[in-house]
Design a protein around this ligand. Structure first.
Ligand code: SF4
Ligand code: SF4
Length: 750
């Protein structure tokens, strides 16, 4: 596309009150694009002002210097064939300025900020290309549901009701999963006092009667190759062991394409890849509903599981209750006790609390005269309406509950004794019971089994399961159902311990995500969190050194490779985070609207005064997911922002290529900060590990800077949650003070 530029400055929202408009227009002209101003660009008149240039001058590349790109997106959208770049003069400059000066004069430092943001936007527009979406030649709109319990049955039914064909695979010989063995389910309606009969048989019947759902019982997934839109699935009989050598075969074929220079077009590569297993079943997306297993409680020897008769898990007790009358005196032990009283059994949560309450009800229901249920807990968790059920059980005759630590369970005649300390009564107790029930938690099947069996370069399972307690989510808080493998959505017990009611909600959500994924692949756009993004990483293979950093660091396993290590892209697996771009030492991975050259050029577009020690410059690379909106909110709160700082947004800190730090240092910028999401156990990174990877890269670049005689501390990383916007000014001020103490970059002016 031959670019015809138009640049527009909004003087509304206070921008024109605190900045010199002509000075900003000059900055745009000096950077190569003439700029016009308008008092309210987002209004109908302002939009018409821009549309006139589109119609009359053929403008197709637009720079809007006004408010944050996170707002007024509809107002500044001019169609897919028009590039629009936004410069944030409102939240990042004008609203951080305080009151306009009474004499109308402009603060020098603020004006320099404004001019830099104009230059940054102009540079970005100059380096942006219109993306061409990746379209598959053919796409499957079928959904594979793995697991035939409540979650799988619900996901299958919901997807089918939305018009999508479903294959439901269950490894047992019948559908229903664990719910088949449940006597009752929790109350789901006001007054939340009566347990309800499970409706699992009706759910099974609904699925079996649905002609859009094909059910395969006694069946497992042997392998899943390909990518969203074209998952190539091989099934096997449950328990059957299969050998699989397809990945090597695929690599050889694709290597051939690359040698011929054809695999630079990911279309060709992928089509070839999927044609290698033509007999496999094709699916567009996968719902993983493989459930949970009870946690192992045999390690708590003082509780006697596995050694004493009548010490059972809650799951085992449920089966007893389903099949007959339960004993009259039962102790429900909710935490292991011992020295660390506060700790629960692994994988326990509110569901195990509710299960104890439900099962205590069986005890008094089956033994109306002498039933005694003792619930001994450290934490009783009954969220939401389940609190009402808890209160009802508290008031029930025969149910006794106390916070307590169980120190010993021992055999006593035909029964058991339970020794209890630190209870609410203040005295140690010994309770005589017929049975002890241990609250075994719900361990996701992903923690213990290779349930998914992907034919991916990064291996058959989800990555880093040990870091995330075996859960496969890509972001537990913000992105429910999304796993670290695009196109695979989890729900039910494999995602988290949950009730039947929650499972049904969960599975409906996962089915919807699977549908969104298929339709996104069909349109050639990204799924969440960059929903609708038409770009994807473009590799300049002829300069690839096969270092494998991109294939290894991609958080979503989007890249396979051949025997030599040349990456084999799978664009529909890609979430467009740019981590591969940040990883590549050859700098040969780029997106149409986000590239090494673009960000490097933006860094260089920041004007660095080389003769004024009061005007140091600090570039802050800002993660677009949490940090950038946090800065916007800081601006909305009219917090002051340090005027030596310039923000450059990046897709994720994982996309930070260290050449940008070198660019900054060599152009005389005095400090560089990365501002992104928290990482570690409570990670908030939208791309799982981007901020962690960036931190590691920064440690290495610090060493490089040291060898050049620059203080490694000139580069730093800070974590910020979106809700911590009021902390931003202090975080920046502190870093700037550190740079000021070090003095100007000694390379300034060279
Ligand atoms: S690192 Fe991110 S952008 Fe690169 S291939 Fe993987 S998902 Fe896509
Ligand atoms: S990181 Fe760059 S050089 Fe290394 S394998 Fe990937 S594309 Fe090739």
């Amino acid at each position: 596309m031959k670019k015809v530029y138009g640049a527009y400055l909004c003087t509304g929202c206070g921008i024109g009150n605190v900045l010199d408009v002509d000075g900003l227009k000059d900055a745009a002209s000096d950077a190569g694009i003439a700029m016009n101003d308008h008092s309210c660009l987002c209004g109908a008149d302002g939009r018409a002002f821009i549309e006139k240039d589109i119609a009359e001058k053929g403008v197709n590349t637009i720079v809007v210097c006004a408010c944050s790109p996170r707002v007024m997106q509809h107002e500044f959208y001019f169609g897919e064939q028009t590039i629009t770049v936004r410069g944030n003069l409102r939240e990042h400059v004008a609203w951080t300025a305080g009151e306009a000066k009474e004499d109308g004069s402009v603060d020098d430092f603020l004006q320099e900020m404004g001019a830099d943001y104009v230059r940054l936007a102009v540079t970005r527009a100059q380096k942006t290309e219109i993306p061409v979406p990746y379209k598959m030649e053919s796409i499957s709109k079928k959904i594979l549901v793995m697991g035939g319990g409540i979650a799988g049955l619900t996901a299958a039914k919901e997807a089918a009701n939305a018009g999508y064909e479903v294959t439901l695979v269950e490894k047992d010989s019948q559908l229903g999963g664990k719910a088949l063995g449940w006597r009752k389910m929790f109350p789901t309606a006001y007054p939340y006092s009566a347990l309800e009969n499970p409706n699992i048989q009706q759910m099974i019947a609904d699925v079996q009667a649905n002609n859009k759902i094909s059910v395969k019982t006694g069946c497992e997934v042997a392998r899943i190759g390909g990518s969203p839109g074209q998952f190539n699935v091989t099934l096997k009989s449950a328990g059957e062991t299969t050998e699989w050598d397809a990945p090597a075969k695929v690599s050889a074929e694709l290597n051939d394409l690359i040698t011929k220079g054809e695999a630079e077009d990911p279309n060709k590569g992928l089509q070839k890849y999927t044609s290698l297993n033509p007999d496999g079943l094709m699916f567009g997306a996968v719902v993983l509903a493989t459930g949970w297993k009870p946690a192992d409680v045999s390690q708590y020897e003082h509780l006697g599981y596995g050694t004493l008769a009548n010490v059972v898990t809650n799951a085992e007790f449920e089966k007893l209750a389903k099949n007959g009358k339960v004993p009259a005196r039962v102790a429900f032990v909710q935490s292991p006790g011992g020295k660390d009283h506060d700790k629960d059994f692994p994988y326990c949560n509110s569901v195990t609390s509710m299960v104890a309450l439900k099962q205590a009800n069986y005890v008094v229901e089956d033994n109306p005269v002498d039933g005694m249920a003792y619930i001994l807990y450290q934490h009783m968790r009954t969220p939401g309406n389940t609190e009402l059920f808890y209160k009802g059980m508290q008031a029930k005759d025969g149910v006794f509950m106390t916070k307590a630590a169980v120190t010993k369970v021992a055999a006593a005649g035909n029964g058991l004794t339970v020794d209890v300390e630190d209870n609410l009564l203040g005295e140690n107790l010994q309770i005589e019971v017929d049975m002890v029930v241990l609250a075994a938690g719900m361990v996701p099947t992903t923690a213990t089994e290779s349930v998914i069996n992907l034919a991916y370069r990064q291996g058959p399972a989800f990555l880093d399961l040990d870091l995330f307690d075996g859960y496969a989510d890509s972001h537990f808080i913000c992105f429910p159902y999304e796993t670290r493998r695009t196109g695979v959505y989890n729900c039910g017990g494999v995602r988290k311990a949950e009730t039947m009611e929650e499972t049904i909600d969960d599975a409906t959500g996962a089915a919807l995500k699977a549908i969104q994924c298929i339709e996104s692949a069909n349109r050639g756009v990204s799924v969440h969190p960059r929903s609708g993004d038409q770009t994807y990483p473009d590799f300049f293979f002829s300069r690839c050194t096969q270092c494998k950093r991109c294939t290894e660091e991609c958080p979503f396993g989007a890249l396979d490779d051949d025997e030599k290590g040349t990456p084999l892209p799978n664009p529909t697996r890609c979430r467009r985070c740019g981590t591969c771009m940040g990883a590549c030492p050859e700098r040969i991975i780029n997106f149409a609207d986000y590239s090494i050259d673009m960000i490097g050029s933006m860094v260089k577009a920041i004007e660095v005064p080389d003769d004024d020690e009061d005007k140091l410059r600090i570039v802050v690379f800002v993660c677009e997911n949490d940090a950038y909106p946090a800065i916007d909110m800081s601006g909305m709160h009219r917090n002051k922002i340090n005027r030596l700082v310039r923000f450059i947004p990046v897709r994720c800190l994982g996309s930070m290529n260290m050449v940008w730090i070198k660019d900054a240092m060599s152009s005389g910028i005095d400090g560089a900060l990365l501002l992104g999401c928290k990482y570690g156990d409570d990670y908030q990174c939208h791309f799982v590990k981007g901020s962690e990877i960036a931190t590691k890269r920064m440690e290495n670049i610090g060493e490089t800077l040291g060898s050049l005689g620059l203080e490694p501390e000139r580069c730093g990383v800070r974590e910020i949650a979106i809700s911590d916007y009021d902390k931003i000014p202090a975080i920046l001020d502190e870093f700037v003070e550190e740079i000021i103490a070090m003095g100007p970059n000694p390379f300034k002016g060279f």
